[in-house]
Design a protein around this ligand. Structure first.
Ligand SMILES: Cc1cc2nc3c(=O)[nH]c(=O)nc-3n(C[C@H](O)[C@H](O)[C@H](O)COP(=O)(O)OP(=O)(O)OC[C@H]3O[C@@H](n4cnc5c(N)ncnc54)[C@H](O)[C@@H]3O)c2cc1C
Length: 463
C-alpha cells in the first residue's frame, strides 16, 4: 500500500490530475489482452522523461514496484502490476518529434500508437515496416519492449531491426541515451539491443529513434488454397527456395478455415474470396516493390503455388483477403469460450512437421487446436480452444500447452516469436533457455535493478 506522503510526492512530480487511484482508472490500467488483473496502488500519467526519472528514483528509494504501460494490449501480462505499486502510463507521451527523409529516421515518444507512426511516415512517402496486428492500440514503446513482429517481418524484419537509439530511465533513475541517429555504431556494449525485448524490466523507454525505408510503390496479393496443411507449408518453403521473398507470407489451417466459413455464413457476410470445403489450408502471399518488379514477383509466386495448390487466385491489393484474415479472431472465438493462445517459432523447414504434430496433438487431447500465422518466419499462432469453466478441459488444455512448447523446442524452435514471456510463459523459460543463460540474464537484471523494483515477477518466476 502506498503512503499518503508518496502520493503527495507523485502529485508534486506530475500534477495532481495525473495521479489516479480511483477504481475505474486502476482497473483499466492494471490488465492487458490476457484479461488477467492485479490492481496497482496508483496510476501515474507522465508527460516527459524527467518525470519518469523522478518517479523511478522515488520508487527505488522506497522499494515500490513500478510498471511501465503503453497500449496495454500485450499478450504476456507484462503490463500487469502483479506486485502492486505504481503503474507509469506513457500514453500522454505520444508526440512524433521529427521525421527525417535524409537520415531515413523518425524520432518519437514511446506512447505513439503504432498505426499513427505508420500513417505519419507514409504521408511523407516513407515506410515503417513492423506491423503487429494490434497496431491500432499498441504503442511503439510496448512494441520495442516485446520486440514486436507482424506479417511483414518475413521480408522486413521485426522491431529490433528498426531501432537506432533510445532514451531510457534505468531502474535506479538515471536517464541514459543508447545508440543514436547513425546506422553504424560499434561503440561499447549495445544497450539499445539489450533494452529491446526486455519487457520493461531493465528500463523505461522515454524516446526512440527508429529507422525508416522508402515506401514501396505497389503491393499485390495472391491466395493459394491447398488440400492439406502440409502441402500449404511446403508450398511456402518452395517459394523461398525459388528465391522469392514476399512481403507477407501467412498460413491459415483447416480449423481456422472451417471457423471462417461458418462465421461468414452465420453473419451473412458476402465475399468474393472462394473458400471451398475441399480446401484444408490457405496461403496468403503479398509481394511489394516497384510496379514492374512486383508484377514479376507476382507471376513467379503464382507459378510456384500452382504446382501444388487446388486453386490460386489474385486479389489485387488484398483488401478483401486481409479482411478474411481479420475475421479469423472472432470466428475462432466461437469454437470454445476460451483459448490458450501461443506464438511458437520453429525453423521454417520444420513448419510442415510442426503443423502435422499439432493435428496429432489435437486428436490426442480431444481439444480443437487452431493454427495460423507467419509461416514465412516459422512463427505460428497455436490456439488450444477450451472452456475454462470446465476443470478437466482446463487441465487438459494446460497439458496440451506444455506439449505445444516442448514440440517447438524439440524441432529446434522456441516458445515465443513476438508476444514475449511476461507472466504467461515464465514457468516454461527453462524449456527454451539453458540454466546458465537464465542465470546470466538474472545477473544483468540484478546489476541494473539492484532493488528489483522494475516490473518485478516478469520473465523470470520469483524475482
Ligand atoms: C489482437 C492482438 C493482436 C496482436 N498481434 C500481434 C502481432 O501481430 N505481433 C506482435 O508482435 N504482437 C502482437 N500482439 C501483442 C501486443 O500487442 C504486442 O506485444 C505489443 O507490442 C504490445 O504493445 P503495448 O503498447 O500494448 O504494450 P503494453 O501491453 O502496454 O506493455 C507490454 C510490455 O511492454 C512494457 N512497456 C510498455 N511501454 C514501455 C516503455 N515505454 N518502456 C519500457 N517498457 C515498456 C510493459 O512494461 C510490458 O512489459 C497482439 C495483441 C493483440 C491483443
Amino acid at each position: 500500500m502506498i503512503s499518503t506522503a508518496i502520493l503527495e510526492d507523485l502529485r508534486r512530480i506530475v500534477g495532481a490530475e495525473h495521479v489516479r487511484t480511483d477504481a475505474d482508472t486502476v482497473r483499466e490500467n492494471s490488465t492487458d489482452a490476457t484479461k488477467r488483473f492485479h490492481p496497482a496502488d496508483v496510476i501515474v500519467f507522465v508527460d516527459n522523461a524527467a518525470q519518469v526519472s523522478d518517479i523511478v528514483r522515488l520508487s527505488n528509494r522506497e522499494a515500490i514496484p513500478v510498471v511501465s504501460r503503453g497500449g496495454g494490449v500485450g499478450y504476456a501480462g507484462g503490463a500487469i502490476p502483479i506486485a502492486g505499486g505504481i503503474v507509469i502510463s506513457l500514453r500522454r507521451m505520444n508526440r512524433i518529434l521529427e521525421i527525417s527523409p535524409v537520415d531515413l529516421l523518425v524520432v518519437l515518444e514511446p506512447g505513439v500508437i503504432t498505426d499513427d507512426l505508420h500513417q505519419a511516415v507514409e504521408a511523407k512517402g516513407l515506410f515503417y515496416p513492423p506491423d503487429p496486428a494490434s497496431l491500432k492500440q499498441s504503442s511503439i514503446g510496448g512494441n520495442v519492449a516485446h520486440n514486436a513482429g507482424g506479417p511483414r517481418a518475413f521480408k522486413y524484419g521485426v522491431t529490433r531491426q528498426y531501432l537506432l537509439g533510445l532514451d531510457v530511465v534505468l531502474p535506479t533513475g538515471e536517464l541514459i541515451r543508447t545508440g543514436g541517429r547513425v546506422v553504424k555504431n560499434a561503440v561499447g556494449y549495445d544497450l539499445t539491443d539489450l533494452m529491446c525485448g526486455s519487457e520493461g524490466t531493465l528500463g523505461i523507454i522515454t524516446k526512440l529513434t527508429m529507422r525508416l525505408l522508402p515506401k514501396p510503390e505497389t503491393v499485390f496479393t495472391v491466395m493459394g488454397l491447398f488440400r492439406s496443411v502440409r502441402s500449404a507449408a511446403e508450398a511456402a518453403n518452395q517459394l523461398i527456395v525459388a528465391g522469392i521473398i514476399p512481403s507477407k507470407l501467412e498460413l491459415v489451417d483447416r480449423q481456422s478455415l472451417a471457423a471462417i466459413r461458418s462465421y461468414l455464413k452465420d453473419e451473412n457476410i458476402e465475399t468474393s474470396v472462394p473458400l471451398p470445403a475441399s480446401a484444408n489450408a490457405l496461403l496468403l502471399v503479398e509481394v511489394d516493390g516497384g510496379r514492374v518488379a512486383a508484377l514479376a514477383s507476382l507471376d513467379r509466386v503464382r507459378e510456384s503455388l500452382s504446382r501444388s495448390a487446388l486453386d490460386v487466385q489474385e486479389a489485387g491489393d488484398g483488401t478483401e483477403l486481409w479482411a478474411i484474415r481479420r475475421y479469423l479472431s472472432p470466428a475462432v472465438g466461437r469454437i470454445r469460450p476460451n483459448k490458450i493462445n501461443e506464438d511458437i517459432v520453429v525453423p521454417r523447414s520444420r513448419v510442415p512437421d510442426y503443423l502435422e504434430a499439432m493435428e496429432t496433438l489435437q486428436a490426442e487431447c480431444g481439444l480443437p487446436i487452431v493454427c495460423f500465422g507467419h509461416v514465412g518466419d516459422g512463427n505460428m499462432h497455436v490456439n488450444v480452444m477450451i472452456d475454462a469453466a470446465n476443470a478437466s478441459e482446463l487441465e487438459n488444455g494446460e497439458r496440451a500447452k506444455r506439449r505445444v512448447f516442448e514440440l517447438a523446442v524439440e524441432m529446434g524452435g522456441t516458445i515465443s516469436g513476438e508476444h514475449g514471456i511476461g507472466i504467461m510463459k515464465s514457468e516454461f523459460l527453462t524449456l527454451a533457455l539453458q540454466p546458465e543463460a537464465i542465470a546470466a540474464m538474472k545477473r544483468i537484471k540484478a546489476a541494473l535493478d539492484p532493488n528489483n523494483i522494475m516490473n518485478p515477477g516478469k520473465i523470470f518466476p520469483c524475482t
